[in-house]
Ligand binder design. Structure first.
Ligand code: KIV
Length: 269
C-alpha cells in the first residue's frame, strides 16, 4: 500500500498531530460524494447532522433522526476505503440516558460500519463519552458553536469571546480528553483560543471557523462546493460554484428539450 492510500485510523490521526501533519476533513451523506472525497485523499469523512440543513432542507440540524443518520452513514461507509468514517450522533440520540447513547453509538459502528462517532457538548456529557469509549467506540468531541443547542443560545455568533466562555471551553476540552475522546472539533471560536486549546491537548483538534492553528480543518462539503447558499459563513472558502454550474446545465437541458434539440441523431436509436 502506498503512503497516500494508507488507511486512516484514530492512531494515524494522533501520529499526524505528533508529526505536525495537518488533517483534512469534509462531510458526506451519499455514495458519490464519499467516493470522490476518499479518492481525493480526505483523511476523515464526517457523516454530519448538517445533512439536516444542506441535504434535507430543514432550518437546523435538530430534526435529524438516528434512522436517517444510519442510512446516510451506511451509504458513506460503503463508498469509503481510505478515510476514517465518523457518524454524527443527532440531537436527542445521546442526551436522555447513557444507555441510549451507547446503543446509538453502537448502531453507527455495527449497522452503518462507521469507525467512530461524534457528539456535541462538554463536562455534562463526559460520563456518556467515557461509557461509549469503554465499549470500544472511538469518540470525537465538539465544542464552541454547537448547532444542536441553537435554541438554547438563539444565535450562531462566535463562541468563546468572553473570558468566562473561553475558560469554559478550555475546561470542557480537558474534561473530554480525560473522558477518552481521540479528537475534538472546535467550531467558530477565536483563533487564539483554538490555538490555546490545541496546545493544551495531546489529541488532535479539528477546526471549523476556528483559525489556522488547529491540527486539522473541516468544512461542510456542500458549502465549500458552492452547492448551498442559505447561510454563507465567513469561514467557508468556496472551492467551486457547483450550484450555479448545475443550474446552467439544467437550464440548457430544458431549453434543448423544449426547442426539440435533445435528443439528437447520435442520442437516438
Ligand atoms: O454536522 C456537521 O457537519 C458538523 C461539522 C460542521 C463539524 O458537525
Amino acid at each position: 500500500m502506498t503512503k497516500a492510500r494508507r488507511k486512516v485510523t484514530t492512531s494515524r490521526l494522533q501520529e499526524m498531530k505528533e508529526q505536525d501533519e495537518k488533517i483534512a476533513c469534509l462531510t458526506a451523506y451519499d455514495y458519490l460524494m464519499a467516493s470522490v472525497l476518499d479518492e481525493a485523499g480526505v483523511d476523515v469523512i464526517l457523516v454530519g447532522d448538517s445533512a439536516g440543513t444542506v441535504f434535507a432542507g430543514y432550518d437546523t440540524t435538530i430534526p435529524m433522526t438516528m434512522t436517517q443518520m444510519l442510512y446516510h452513514a451506511a451509504v458513506v461507509s460503503r463508498a469509503t476505503e481510505r478515510a476514517l468514517v465518523v457518524g454524527d450522533l443527532p440531537f436527542m440520540s445521546y442526551q436522555a440516558s447513557v444507555e441510549e447513547a451507547l446503543r446509538n453509538a453502537g448502531a453507527f459502528i455495527k449497522e452503518a460500519l462507521t469507525e467512530a462517532v461524534k457528539l456535541e457538548g462538554g463536562e455534562p456529557i463526559c460520563s456518556t463519552v467515557r461509557r461509549i469509549v469503554d465499549a470500544g467506540i472511538p469518540v470525537i468531541g465538539h465544542l464552541g458553536l454547537t448547532p444542536q443547542s441553537i435554541h438554547k443560545f438563539g444565535t450562531y455568533r462566535t463562541r468563546g469571546t468572553s473570558d468566562d466562555e473561553a475558560n469554559r471551553i478550555l475546561k470542557d476540552a480537558a474534561a473530554l480528553q480525560d473522558a477518552g475522546i481521540f479528537s475534538l472539533v472546535l467550531e467558530k471560536i477565536p483563533q487564539d483560543l483554538a490555538k490555546e486549546v490545541t496546545e493544551s491537548l495531546h489529541i488532535p483538534t479539528i477546526g471549523i471557523g476556528a483559525g489556522p492553528h488547529c491540527d486539522g480543518q473541516i468544512l461542510v462539503s456542500h458549502d465549500m462546493l458552492g452547492l448551498y447558499n442559505k447561510f454563507r459563513p465567513r469561514f467557508v472558502r468556496r472551492y467551486a460554484e457547483l450550484g450555479s454550474a448545475m443550474g446552467e446545465a439544467f437550464e440548457a437541458y430544458c431549453l434543448d428539450v423544449k426547442g426539440g434539440r435533445f435528443p439528437g441523431p447520435d442520442e437516438s436509436y
